[in-house]
Ligand binder design. Structure first.
Ligand code: ATR
Length: 306
């Protein structure tokens, strides 16, 4: 391929129009004056295999988001170590005729913990709320980074048990255990905990946990949420009110994207610029949503006046 030919990168998902990855990645690409462009492509679940054989052939690589992160695994030629352990892929690289799957979510999360809060998980006791795909990526990364223990608390305990069982077998250095998302076991885990992470859907759209046992959480524990809109979720607000340091979710999005860009291009993007662009877009979106809400609330009043 000629050196200066612009290569295409993308993020695929369904839905995808909300994705802020193109804005974030294109800002970094522009700053580097690198020969890439990044766009969002909607791929329906039943068209994933066809996408790989067709339109993907024009791409140098792409990010994968919901609902394809697990479904794409058997369609790829090779998997990097973390992607194999996590059982999900968020970054795909084309090398020759092969598609190689990576997962930068967990490593991106750890980089954000380090860059934003100077927090290293080595020797630390971690409690993860939730046992879905995100929890799994974080548990793998934290175990590989030598966390002392990982406790997964989930509403459906069976799901947490399954995750702990599978990963314990492969990650023998860090004990993993499963508990319910409430009650004495959660309280005991919180008493010992250095890092508490919310990976559940609670917090999306501003919802919050009812009756979370905040008084039991170890003093000074870092509280983290992977939801990035709102940036300071009700969960993080509650933690901050109780004097805990907090770690917001946008850092994980920025660093997973930066790591993906490095995999595709070999270049280090400006992560500060990526974060600024992401936060600017998030603020714009929040303002738009607020004014839409105001519009909705004022419309009926207007009609009543008539
Ligand atoms: P992701 O890939 O983002 O992790 P997921 O795999 O759908 O998403 O997992 C969502 C997680 O949020 C699960 O742990 C889920 O708990 P269940 O396994 O019991 O379903 C958790 N979750 C979703 N809504 C919740 C709620 N209202 N209260 C507590 N946990 C919730």
């Amino acid at each position: 391929m000629p050196k200066n030919k612009v290569q295409s990168l993308a993020v695929i998902g369904d839905p995808i129009s909300h994705s802020l990855s193109p804005a974030m990645q294109n800002a970094a690409i522009q700053k580097l004056k690198a020969p890439y462009r990044f766009r969002a492509i909607r791929v329906h679940p039943e068209q994933l295999a066809r996408f790989l054989k067709g339109p993907a052939q024009k791409l140098a690589g792409f990010n994968v988001t919901l609902p394809h992160k697990e479904a794409i695994v058997p369609l790829l030629d090779r998997l990097a170590y973390e992607a194999k352990l996590i059982g999900a892929v968020n970054t795909v690289l084309r090398r020759g005729d092969e598609w190689i799957g990576f997962n930068t979510d967990g490593a991106g999360y750890l980089m954000s913990l380090q860059a934003d809060r100077q927090f290293s998980p080595r020797g630390k006791r971690v409690v993860i709320l939730g046992a879905g795909g995100a929890a799994r990526a974080l548990a793998v990364a934290l175990a590989l980074a030598h966390a002392k223990s990982i406790t997964v608390a989930n509403r459906t305990v069976k799901r947490a048990e399954q995750l702990a069982k599978e990963l314990s077998f492969r990650l023998r250095g860090t004990p993993l255990r499963a508990i319910p998302l409430g009650g004495a076991k959660l309280e005991a885990a919180l008493r010992d905990c250095h890092l508490l992470i919310n990976t559940t859907r609670v917090g999306l759209g501003g919802s919050s946990f009812q009756d979370f046992p905040w008084t039991k959480l170890r003093r000074g524990a870092l509280v983290s949420d992977i939801v990035y809109s709102p940036r300071v979720t009700p969960f993080l607000k509650a933690a901050r009110r109780r004097g805990h340091p907090i770690h917001t979710g946008e850092g994980m999005l920025v660093f997973q994207g930066a790591l993906a860009f490095e995999i595709w291009s070999g270049l280090k993007p400006d992560v500060r610029l990526m974060r600024r662009e992401l936060l600017r877009r998030l603020r714009e979106r929040e303002l738009r949503d607020k004014s839409k809400d105001r519009g909705k609330r004022s419309a009926p009043r207007g009609r009543r006046k008539k």
